[in-house]
Design a protein around this ligand. Structure first.
Ligand code: F6R
Length: 239
C-alpha cells in the first residue's frame, strides 16, 4: 500500500486527478471504475477541468460505476447515474455507451461478465464510509464477495439521507463486491475530512478485518491511499 499525505484537501484532490489524467493521457482506452459520494465531487470537477485544459482524449475511455441504489428510478436526482451524468458524462460530452451501470433489475453476474469481457478495470477510484465500507460493501462483507444486492446499514442510510430530503432513502443497493474491486489493476482511494479520521486509523492498524471491509484492500499490490490532513489527523507514520 502506498500512502500519500497531502498538505490540504485541494492538494489531495490534485494528486488524485493528476494520477487519473496521466493514465488517461498515456492510455486513452483506459477502463476507469467510478465511485460517487461527497468526497468525489471535487475530484470530478477538477478532472473535467484538467481534461479540458489539456485537451485529453476521452472518446476511447470506458467507465464502470461501482454501485447503484435499488428501488429508485435511474433518473432520480439522487441516483448514482444522475450523479455521474451531471459531474462527468455531460461536462465531457461522453456518450452513455461509454458507461456501464450496475444492472439493478438483473443479477450481479451480468455486470461481472461485462467487466471481464472488457478486459477488467485498469484504475478503480474509491471513497470510504465512516464504517469502513467500500462501494456498498458494508461491514461483514466477505473478501470473496462479487457484484450483488446488499442491505445498507443504518449508519450508511443516516450518512446519505440528506441526498433524499424528506423522501425515504433506499434500503438496498447493487454493489460490486470486494473480490470484484480487488480484481482492478490499480486501486486509488481518497479520504478527506475529520469524520473519517478514526476510520483511517482503524484501516491502517488492521488487516483482513471484515468489520472494516477497506482493510482487505491492503493486500492489493497496487493500492494507493490519498489522505488530506484531517483524515490523517489520528495516525502517526514513522517516515
Ligand atoms: C459510493 C461509494 C461509497 C462512498 C462512501 C463515502 O459510490 O463508493 O463507498 O465512497 O460512502 O461517501 P462520502 O464520500 O459521501 O463520504
Amino acid at each position: 500500500m502506498r500512502i500519500i499525505l497531502s498538505k490540504s484537501t485541494e492538494d489531495a484532490v490534485d494528486t488524485v486527478t493528476t494520477i487519473v489524467l496521466d493514465k488517461l493521457t498515456s492510455h486513452p482506452s483506459l477502463v476507469l471504475g467510478l465511485a460517487t459520494g461527497r468526497t468525489m465531487e471535487p475530484v470530478y470537477e477538477e478532472l473535467v477541468s484538467k481534461i479540458n485544459k489539456n485537451s485529453v482524449k476521452t472518446d476511447e475511455a470506458f467507465f464502470f460505476m461501482l454501485d447503484e441504489y435499488i428501488g429508485i428510478d435511474e433518473n432520480h436526482p439522487s441516483s448514482f447515474k444522475s450523479y455521474i451524468k451531471k459531474r462527468l458524462m455531460l461536462p465531457l460530452n461522453l456518450l452513455e455507451s461509454q458507461f456501464a451501470f450496475p444492472p439493478t433489475n438483473l443479477a450481479g453476474e451480468v455486470y461481472e461478465e461485462l467487466i471481464k469481457q472488457i478486459g477488467g478495470i485498469d484504475l478503480q477510484l474509491l471513497g470510504i464510509g465512516v464504517n469502513g465500507h467500500i462501494g456498498f460493501n458494508e461491514p461483514g462483507s466477505s473478501i470473496h464477495s462479487r457484484t450483488r444486492i446488499v442491505d445498507l446499514t443504518d449508519e450508511t442510510k443516516n450518512a446519505n439521507q440528506s441526498h433524499f430530503g424528506q423522501e425515504k432513502m433506499p434500503n438496498k443497493a447493487l454493489s460490486m463486491g470486494i473480490a470484484s474491486i480487488m480484481d482492478g489493476k490499480e486501486l486509488l482511494m481518497l479520504v478527506t475530512g475529520k469524520s473519517k479520521a478514526n476510520t483511517v486509523k482503524y484501516l491502517l492498524n488492521h488487516h483482513d478485518d471484515e468489520s472494516c471491509p477497506a482493510t482487505f484492500l491492503k493486500s492489493h499490490p497496487h493500492f494507493t491511499l490519498v489522505l488530506d490532513p484531517e483524515a490523517a489527523s489520528k495516525i502517526s507514520l514513522n517516515i
